[in-house]
Design a protein around this ligand. Structure first.
Ligand code: GRG
Length: 292
C-alpha cells in the first residue's frame, strides 16, 4: 500500500475513534466537552496517532489494541495547542482553520478544556487492555507518556521557548527547546507500542527515530511559518517573527534550515530495521517535504 493511502486510512480510523469517544461523553451545549469536541474535530493531521499505529506495525501490534494510545497522544497534543494559543502564551486567534478555543469559549473554558483533555489522555492509558498487554508494560508506556507531557518534556520546552522570546540564543539551545517542546511527544508516540510488547531494543531505536523526526518536524514548522500558505496551514504565518521567537530560519537562514531538515531525517532512520521501516519512513518523508 502506498504511504498516502496508508496515512488516509489511519487518519480516518483515528477520526472515527475520536467521534466514538466524544459520542460516549454525551456532549451538551455550554459544557467543557463541547469545547473539547470543538478542538478535537477541527481537522488536525493526526500525525501523532498515525505514528503510534506505524510504530505498532513495526513491532507487530494491530491497530485496535492501540486505540487508547492513539487517542491519548492526540488529546495531549490538542491540549498543548489550546494552552499554547492562550493570550498568556502565544496569543493566537486561529488554529486548525478556526478561531482558537479561547476566542470561541473564553479563556476560562479554554484552560479547562485543555486540562480535561490532558487528564482524559491518562484515563485512556489506564483503559489499555491488560488482556492484550501485560499490566507492567501498560504502566511503563503510561510513564513514558507522562514524562513526555510533563515538566521534563513539553512543559520544559514551553517554558524555555517563552523565555527565549526576543533573546539571542544558540543553535544548541534552540535544539534543546525543540527536543522538549516538540520531539518529546513524537518520541513517546513511537516508543509506547514497543514498551507495550516489551521490545526494549526496538523502543530505543524507535525513540531515536521519534527524536530526530520531531526535530525535523519542528524545523519544517518554523520554515512554514515563514513561507507557508495560511489557507493551507489553517493558522497565521509570520507569527514567530512577530513574537521574536527563536527559530531555525532566523538563526541559520531558510536554505540551511532545509539542509538541517534533511540531516535530521537521515538520522531518524539510522537505527531502524531496514526490513520494517517502510511506513515510518513514508510518514517521515511526508513531514520532511511539507514545506518544499
Ligand atoms: C504545555 C502549553 C504547553 C505547550 C507545550 C506542544 C507545545 C508546547 C505547544 C503547542 C504549539 C506548538 C508550536 C508546538 C510545536 C509542535 C507543533 C509544530 C505542533 C503543531 O502540530 P501539527 O502540525 O498540528 O501536527 P495539527 O493541527 O495538524 O494536529
Amino acid at each position: 500500500m502506498d504511504i498516502g493511502t496508508w496515512m488516509e486510512q489511519a487518519r480516518r480510523q483515528v477520526d472515527q475513534w475520536i467521534d466514538q469517544d466524544l459520542a460516549s461523553m454525551e456532549v451538551q451545549p455550554g459544557s467543557v466537552e463541547e469545547a473539547m469536541q470543538y478542538s478535537l474535530t477541527a481537522g488536525g493531521k493526526r500525525l501523532r496517532p498515525q505514528l503510534v499505529l506505524a510504530a505498532g506495525e513495526y513491532v507487530g501490534i494491530p491497530w485496535e489494541p492501540l486505540r487508547p494510545v492513539a487517542l491519548a497522544v492526540e488529546y495531549v497534543h490538542t491540549y498543548s495547542l489550546i494552552h499554547d494559543d492562550l493570550p498568556a502564551m502565544d496569543n493566537d486567534d486561529f488554529r486548525r482553520g478556526r478561531p482558537t478555543s479561547h476566542k470561541m469559549f473564553g479563556e476560562a473554558m479554554a484552560i479547562l478544556a485543555g486540562d480535561a483533555l490532558l487528564t482524559e489522555a491518562f484515563v485512556k492509558m489506564a483503559e489499555l487492555s491488560t488482556t492484550a498487554f501485560e499490566a507492567g508494560a501498560v504502566l511503563r508506556a503510561t510513564h513514558c507518556l507522562a514524562v513526555a507531557a510533563g515538566r521534563q518534556g513539553l512543559i520544559r520546552g514551553q517554558v524555555r521557548d517563552l523565555a527565549a522570546e526576543h533573546q539571542e540564543i544558540s543553535v544548541e539551545a534552540l535544539r534543546d527547546i525543540h527536543l522538549k517542546k516538540t520531539a518529546a511527544l513524537f518520541e513517546a508516540c513511537v516508543k509506547m507500542p514497543a514498551l507495550l510488547v516489551g521490545r526494549m531494543g526496538d523502543a530505543d531505536a524507535l525513540g531515536h527515530f521519534g527524536q530526530h523526526f520531531g526535530l525535523a518536524f519542528q524545523m519544517v514548522d518554523d520554515i512554514l511559518n515563514v513561507v507557508g500558505d495560511p489557507a493551507v496551514l489553517g493558522k497565521a504565518t509570520g507569527t514567530d517573527a512577530g513574537l521574536g521567537k527563536a527559530t531555525y530560519p532566523r538563526l541559520v537562514g531558510l536554505d540551511q534550515a532545509r539542509v538541517l531538515v534533511d540531516e535530521q531525517s537521515r538520522l531518524a532512520l539510522a537505527k531502524l530495521d531496514q526490513a520494517r521501516l517502510e511506513t515510518l519512513k513514508g510518514i517521515l518523508t511526508y513531514a520532511q517535504r511539507r514545506s518544499w
